[in-house]
Design a protein around this ligand. Structure first.
Ligand code: SAH
Length: 361
């Protein structure tokens, strides 16, 4: 499983070298399109180096010390995700091919990144589709702290790399979090699906009058509490609500609460195309409620990270929600995943995060 095989056309012409996944629906993941460049440690090393080099601008910008170093297929390394949090790397191995080369990958990562602490977070559902067991634990180094402090655009965050969501933080939303600051001054803000407070803290940094943050995970809200503390933000203007967003928005509607700025950053409702229809109803519902809760002139930052829903459909859903909420809205910005989550032109499926900033009249 995961061995390199030559993919050939029906007439026997060479197409690519690929990693073989006998169990997955995607039975081959391409390592190389060139017959004279088969899969090897050298190729792996070149690709890893190229990925890390491609983040040079972000790394040297002073914006952050946390970023995605390797973004799977789009970096020519299918099934491999590597995120850096200060001095620690967190790795996710998602395909049989990446699993096959795992030891080599770790060796090369230590050598090229100069980081010796590497933690594995291969505890994701998609591994099942490849016939791989979940796995977490130290891959390199002896002791790795449970929580790592990072700095992004002047805000500190504690990132729990060993448990919880993703590899600990939503790095893909970096630029969008920053943009929220510009719209927050003196505003009453509602951050839905707040997790550890990325948008909440940026709204505060932007001078929000008050921020209400909702997440169904008590742990996530505790993390916001700690992040408020380490940044010395005034926690008296932050209200944390542990609740299901769908029902909390209804509670707000019934009690006639309103906001100037609302952020909707839900989890994936539609990981694949099959779930799109059900997911569409979910997106429509929260966007409709959010439009209703906005004060005149209010702004909505709304996102979908569902790979199964494309940009056009997402915009249609948001438009339908505005129509049903009886508000007139315009699009101010279109947003996507940040620069360390590139999308290869030959792998458009790598586009998953899309967002709209809408302003109502
Ligand atoms: N905005 C965050 C990331 C959000 S991830 C950031 O920038 O860091 C999605 C979050 O939604 C998770 O924290 C998860 O706990 C929460 N969540 C999932 N379903 C929910 C629901 N129905 N109601 C409230 N929160 C939910």
């Amino acid at each position: 499983m995961g061995e390199t095989v030559a993919v050939e056309s029906s007439t026997g012409e060479f197409i690519a070298w690929a990693a073989f996944s006998p169990i997955s629906q995607i039975s081959g993941r391409v390592w190389s399109w060139e017959q004279n460049v088969p899969m090897s440690s050298e190729l792996l090393k070149d690709r890893i180096k190229e990925s890390i080099d491609a983040r040079e601008q972000l790394r040297n910008s002073g914006i952050t010390n946390a970023f995605r170093l390797i973004n799977g297929e789009s970096d020519g390394l299918p099934g491999l995700i590597v995120d850096q949090y200060a001095d620690v790397l967190v790795v996710q191995i998602l395909s049989a091919g990446a699993e096959y080369w795992k030891n080599e990958i770790i060796k090369i990562l230590v050598e090229i990144s100069g980081k010796s602490m590497i933690y594995e977070r291969s505890d994701v559902e998609v591994r099942k589709l490849e016939g791989l067991e979940p796995r977490v634990g130290i891959l390199s180094g002896t002791e790795i702290p449970d929580q790592i402090e990072i700095l992004e655009n002047g805000i500190k965050y504690l990132v729990g790399i060993k448990e919880g969501q993703k590899t600990g933080f939503y790095l893909d939303q970096r630029a969008n979090r920053l943009m929220v600051r510009d719209y927050a001054k003196d505003k009453e803000v509602l951050d839905c699906f707040s997790f550890s407070g990325g948008f909440t803290l940026n709204a505060l940094m932007g001078g929000a009058k008050k921020v209400t943050s909702i997440d169904s995970s008590g742990n996530a809200l505790k993390m916001i509490g700690r992040n408020l503390e380490i940044n010395i933000f005034d926690s008296s203007i932050v209200e944390l609500i542990e609740e299901d967003v769908f029902s909390q928005l209804r509670t707000f509607r019934d009690s006639r609460r309103s906001f100037d700025l609302i952020i909707l950053d839900p989890p994936k409702f539609a990981p694949t195309k099959k779930q799109v229809e059900r997911a569409t109803r979910g997106y429509k519902d929260i966007n409709l409620l959010a439009f209703k809760l906005l004060n005149p002139g209010g702004v909505l930052f709304t996102f979908s990270c569902s790979g199964g829903m494309d940009t056009t459909l997402f915009q249609k859903v948001v438009a339908g929600a505005a129509l049903d909420a009886k508000v007139e809205a315009t699009i101010l910005n279109r947003m996507g995943q940040d620069v360390d989550h590139p999308v290869s032109l030959s792998f458009p499926e790598g586009t998953y995060l899309k967002g709209l900033t809408c302003r109502i009249k």
